[in-house]
Design a protein around this ligand. Structure first.
Ligand code: ATP
Length: 614
């Protein structure tokens, strides 16, 4: 039996301390809480600590669970991992971390048959991502005239089912076509509506959710869409479940995708939440924090500057706009600068290149220059065998397989051992209080990792070994157990897509490595310069950020009256722990003068870019 910690004696793990407001927010378990904080304030860390607090003290006791909903797959995975590593397995298995779409899909797969007819989709439904063209095509095919495509798109996402009650033929017909076609495909917006209908029609499901999850965490709350928020409100308002919403209004960058305006105000009004403002910045050092604050003030005037907790550990400029007049000079100059940084000891994966859009175009331009210097770049959005690298890395199947591969390569690796054992016990349904069953699984793991080490000995380094080794891991864990416990993998197509992606990416990495360890590290992006769009960089952090293309053509919409774009700029700026650089090339576009002026006023100067100083 795991011993409970007295709440007064509980201490945070992995960090020395929390700031006073974070402590208060963590201990708040009588009222809903809204934790508002700037970039790098430790919002995600706060949720991981709060989960550990609730589970380890028994405030969230068996069989109750914590439901955590994050915005991105990797945020959901990181949160889950932190809780796994800090809590006993019996506790951490009661922490369920989903993305919003993952949560609604999980409910759909579980309760599909309870959706009133004719809305229950078949078990092998697909997920699809419609765009304007898809809706237009539908209207054309159905010969429906006079319907605005955008309005139809909005109504599908917002109007409750059954569709006929709105006396709106196009909407009803859209649902009918989708649900009766040979291959049923649903968007996540449609799944949201189906779940709302499911719960409205089955009050017992609502009660079950309320009693299963007395604690609900919402990360990056500022980007929750209206239908997502309405569904959560419908399930949890006026229940005993306590919601902790964390976020930062200044980082709302999903307005175009329907993010709820004034999300925190709406939440406060509906739920009467108590507010906790975090005032530290643990990520960046004081000079960078002051610079970031100038932009934060433009988004929300009157803000107090956060207290920077990180220290500066580098010489030279911490931020600058690097001016170029020629695109080749820009690419060459930045490549040389990156190479110098790596030669002086910076890890390649700590130097990230961000772009507003079209990471693939920049990859084509810059990758050969870096490769000439022995540096690899990783475009996290690149598709490998039908799936983006960033998605492969955050898939649950990857989190299960990877620790086993490391155990086959490393003689001792306690972290990977723990991760592998947690997966094994969870898949075998081992009760963690059953010490005998637990120790049997340890013996099995020990035996199997010995076999894996024979399989992956370096004399055996050949990419042809990857597929059979992964197959043997899956056979050991049994694919059936994996697929029945992870709702996303119920359908062959989804499961195979991920599995093929993992194998192909690992084979690709083995091609440029000289050992298994190098290939596995490479798979994870170690020693490669990450390249991504700002949207993909959300929630991440790096030592240095180089933002390519601060010019009026690339960033035509960065104007003083477009707050969403300014917030995107702010997100990019705040990813850096030590330094942030922007490139601006007159051959690509004119400078964004107004933002350059603001940056200059806080010490971010425009300089000749590396390589053209003379
Ligand atoms: N109490 C703490 N003590 C020391 N380090 C901390 C603490 N809280 C957070 N950190 C570290 O500070 C960094 C930023 O934390 P985190 O990512 O949780 O911030 P955030 O508020 O979610 O950031 P953002 O919204 O900008 O993505 C991380 O490296 C994290 O490990």
């Amino acid at each position: 039996m795991v011993t409970r910690i007295n709440p007064c004696e509980w201490k945070p793990q992995g960090v020395d301390d929390l700031e006073p407001n974070a402590w208060e927010g963590l201990r708040e378990n009588k009222q809903h809480a809204a934790v508002l904080a700037g970039a790098g304030a430790g919002k995600t860390e706060f949720l991981a600590q709060k989960a550990a607090y609730l589970l380890q003290t028994g405030i969230c006791s068996d069989p109750n669970r914590i439901l955590a909903i994050s915005f991105k797959n990797d945020a959901a995975r990181v949160l889950k991992e932190r809780v796994n590593l800090r809590c006993a397995p019996e506790q951490s298995r009661r922490f369920e971390s989903f993305t919003y779409d993952g949560f609604t899909k999980f409910l759909l797969d579980r309760f599909r048959l309870a959706i009133p007819e004719p809305y229950a989709p078949p078990p092998d439904y697909n997920i699809y991502f419609p765009n304007k063209g898809t809706f237009q095509e539908f209207l054309n095919n159905q010969k429906i005239r006079g319907v605005n495509v955008y309005q139809l798109q909005k109504d599908i996402a917002n109007l409750p089912l059954p569709a006929g009650q709105h006396n709106y033929l196009a909407l009803k017909s859209y649902w009918q076509c989708r649900l009766t076609s040979d291959e049923v495909a649903l968007s996540f917006q449609m799944i949201n509506r189906l779940i709302e209908y499911l719960i409205r029609s089955n009050p017992n499901i609502k009660h079950a959710l309320r009693s299963t999850y007395p604690f609900v965490f919402l990360d990056e709350f500022q980007d929750t869409t209206s239908p997502q928020y309405e569904l959560l409100k419908f399930i949890f308002l006026e229940s005993n479940s306590l919601i902790t919403a964390v976020g930062d209004d200044k980082q709302q960058i999903m307005g175009w995708a329907g993010a709820l305006p004034e999300a925190f105000n709406v939440f406060n009004q509906d739920f009467g939440a108590k507010n906790f403002d975090l005032v530290s910045n643990w990520r960046s050092h004081p000079e960078l924090v002051s610079m970031q604050h100038a932009i934060a003030q433009m988004i929300t005037p009157g803000l107090t500057q956060p207290e920077a907790k990180n220290t500066k550990n580098m010489k030279g400029d911490v931020a600058a706009i690097w001016g170029y007049s020629d695109r080749n000079d820009e690419i060459q100059g930045v490549s040389n600068w990156i190479s110098e940084q790596i030669n002086s000891g910076t890890k390649a994966h700590e130097l990230a290149i961000l772009v507003r859009t079209h990471a693939d175009k920049l990859e084509v331009e810059i990758a050969p220059h870096l490769l000439n210097k022995g540096i690899s770049i990783r475009n996290v959005a690149r598709i490998v065998d039908g799936i983006a690298i960033q998605d492969i890395l955050t898939e649950k199947l990857t989190t299960i397989i990877l620790p086993f591969l490391y155990l086959g390569v490393l003689e001792r690796s306690p972290e990977n051992w723990n991760r592998a054992l947690i997966s094994l016990c969870a898949l075998e349904g081992v009760d963690f209080v059953d010490e005998r069953a637990h120790s049997q699984q340890q013996d099995r793991l020990q035996y199997f990792s010995r076999l894996l080490r024979q399989d992956l000995s370096n004399g055996n380094f050949h990419k042809g070994r990857i597929n059979p080794t992964i197959s043997s891991i899956l056979a050991f864990l049994t694919e059936d157990a994996i697929r029945s416990s992870i709702s996303e993998y119920k359908q062959d197509r989804d499961y195979n897509r991920v599995l093929n992606g993992i194998v192909s990416l690992l084979e690709e990495c083995a091609d440029c490595s000289s050992s298994w360890l190098e290939a596995l590290d490479r798979f994870q992006g170690v020693d490669q310069v990450p390249l991504m769009t700002i949207h993909k960089s959300k929630g991440l952090e790096f030592q240095t950020i180089i933002f390519f293309g601060l010019d009026a053509k690339t960033w035509w919409s960065l104007t003083p009256d477009n707050p969403e774009e300014l917030r995107s700029f702010f997100v990019a700026f705040t990813r850096a722990k030590q330094s942030t650089f922007f490139t601006s090339c007159s051959q690509t576009g004119n400078p964004v003068t107004w933002i350059e002026e603001i940056l200059t006023s806080v010490g971010v100067n425009k300089l000749a870019g590396p390589g053209c100083e003379n």
